[in-house]
Design a protein around this ligand. Structure first.
Ligand code: CA
Length: 534
């Protein structure tokens, strides 16, 4: 596992050539300077650049023979396809990507974990639910069983916001849980349980206070009772001091013969919403320990700085959260696949390690069925940002998970039931990962980006962390934290990790709003459906 960069930029004079190497074994370093460095530039080590090297891209620190490993984060991210002279730009066309590690014979729970000291005393102001979970926002969610009803629900949501919400000042928002699933799908196929349980568990997210209401069309495959069978949900009696009791599912069915005309449907949705708004409005924030937080971390639009600045700062913060007793999830299976040996070694128990292997094997088979492998992950933007391949991207991605033992593993769409660090298996797709982390019970999202994305979710606050100062400056009203200060030499990984930790408690408490909340930037929920459509 990579630690802090071993050649930090501290105290470099403005404009001086700046490179960052992650591990003492590395034979490449990345160029940190805005705009990159020109051929002929002399590095502080005396090395002369033979090519222009763009910002975030790698320069060879030594001559590398054909077939020899190119090492970053102390591991081979590829093997040289041709002789690479010291000072040359090491781009993806010079590298042969290593094979994925086979899943046999991995180290299982072999890392010795020194117990990190607990971090007591930190709290936030949250909404306590009857089941013991704690929300960071107080939102009415309207679950939908099928895409067919989306237009009607959106119409109703706009009316609810305009006409009802002002009467319930303690409720933050009303959200229609729109998705593309529910009909036209092979609902009994293996794998269909993933989108179904995802939607079920999102409806039960702590930010929705247990106030489940459903809008159904009537003829769809995903019937309300299949989505939320009796016993799978409980209505929180917010005024009753935390008691909960199973009740009938609150469903508005558009095909009911009682509905004559469109306005009859809208009136029914609004009347149902009002009952739930009244109960939600009775909720008040109370002081709860930081251990009640459920944080999901992910990255999107990554560049070579992701693994140098933002992700290590998030990893430091992840360790703080675990020490505070909170729940933290990391995800994005294709972006941890190449580090599976590090993760199985870090597992708290052999059973957790086996569960990690199970999720990797499931995803390998899923990709294989589609005729691709993990290398399908990287984007043109990743490569332009200096990431040669998925191996290099993965090494930078897993540092978000910090250094705590991995104490749990979730299959896609499952609900988190434990504290500590959990691997929640998801695709790396930003929207699908966010959707699955919501299903797991995430109440706060941390998202790092190097290329830049305005990503946001309606159901939880999303704190966005920029990997470079240039991005943080350009997107000054979209990025919440600038981890580029680490590469600039103005802050340490620990500084930014603590900044993020304190910001998380403020945002969770509603004392601060993220930029995505400020602008109401909300991406769609995207269900992961590995099963066929019909
Ligand atoms: Ca992602």
């Amino acid at each position: 596992m990579a630690g802090p960069p071993i050649t930090p930029a501290a105290a470099a004079p403005a404009g001086a050539p700046l490179t960052i190497r992650m591990h003492e074994r590395d034979n490449v370093a990345i160029v940190a300077n805005d705009g990159g460095l020109g051929a002929g530039t002399v590095l502080p080590s005396g090395l002369v650049l033979r090519d222009r090297v763009p910002q975030g891209h790698k320069v060879a620190l030594h001559d590398i023979a054909p077939g020899a490993p190119v090492l970053r984060y102390g591991i081979p991210i590829g093997h040289a396809l041709a002789p690479i002279k010291a000072g040359r730009w090491v781009h993806e066309r010079l590298l042969k990507m290593p094979q994925a590690r086979v899943l046999d014979g991995l180290p299982l729970a072999t890392s010795r974990h020194e117990a990190a000291p607990p971090l007591p005393g930190y709290t936030f102001e949250g909404y306590r639910n009857a089941d013991g979970s704690v929300g960071t926002r107080n939102i009415l969610a309207i679950t939908t069983t099928v895409q067919c009803v989306a237009g009607v629900v959106e119409f109703a949501v706009q009316r609810i916001k305009a006409e009802l919400l002002p009467r319930y000042p303690n409720v933050d928002d009303v959200v229609g849980l729109e998705h593309g699933y529910g009909c036209g799908v092979a609902i009994d196929a293996p794998g269909a349980e993933i989108p179904i349980r995802t939607l079920r568990n999102i409806s039960l997210n702590p930010n929705f206070g247990g106030e489940v209401m459903v809008v159904s069309l009537g003829c769809e495959k995903l019937q309300p009772a299949r989505l939320l069978p009796p016993g799978s949900f409980a209505i929180a009696d917010a005024r009753g001091g935390g008691a909960s009791s199973p009740q009938a599912l609150d469903v508005v069915c558009l095909q009911d013969e009682g509905h004559v005309g469109f306005m009859s449907m809208i009136d029914a949705v609004m009347a149902t919403a009002q009952r739930h708004l009244e109960r939600l409005n009775a909720r008040v924030r109370e002081t709860v320990p930081a251990s009640a937080l459920v944080v999901g971390v992910q990255c999107g639009g990554s560049d070579a700085f992701s693994g140098v600045t933002a992700n290590p700062a998030v990893g430091f913060c992840t360790d703080l959260l675990v020490r505070a007793g909170a729940s933290v999830m990391f995800s994005e299976t294709t972006e941890v696949r190449d580090a599976i040996d590090q993760l199985t070694a870090r597992a708290a128990t052999p059973e957790v390690a086996q569960a990690l292997v199970r999720e990797m094997a499931w995803y390998d088979a899923y990709l294989q069925r589609g005729g691709v492998d993990r290398s399908a992950n990287t984007t043109p933007g990743n490569k332009q940002g200096g990431l040669s391949n998925i191996v290099e991207k993965a090494m930078g991605s897993i540092v978000k998970s910090g250094s705590a033992p991995i104490s749990g593993v979730l299959a896609p769409g499952e609900k988190l039931e434990s504290k500590g660090l959990t691997f929640a298996a998801t695709p790396a797709s930003d929207f699908i990962c966010g959707t699955l982390q919501l299903a797991a019970g995430m109440t706060l999202h941390v998202f790092t980006t190097g290329r830049g994305t305005p990503y946001g979710l309606a159901a939880v606050p999303v704190i966005k962390v920029a990997t470079r100062s240039a991005l943080a400056r350009r997107w000054h009203d979209l990025m919440d934290v600038n981890a580029g200060t680490i590469a600039d030499g103005c802050a340490t990984i620990e500084d930014v990790g603590w900044e993020l930790f304190h910001l998380m408690l403020d945002v969770a408490s509603g004392r601060k709003r993220t930029w995505a909340e400020h602008w109401k930037l909300h991406n769609a929920l995207v269900l992961f459906n590995p099963a066929p459509v019909t």
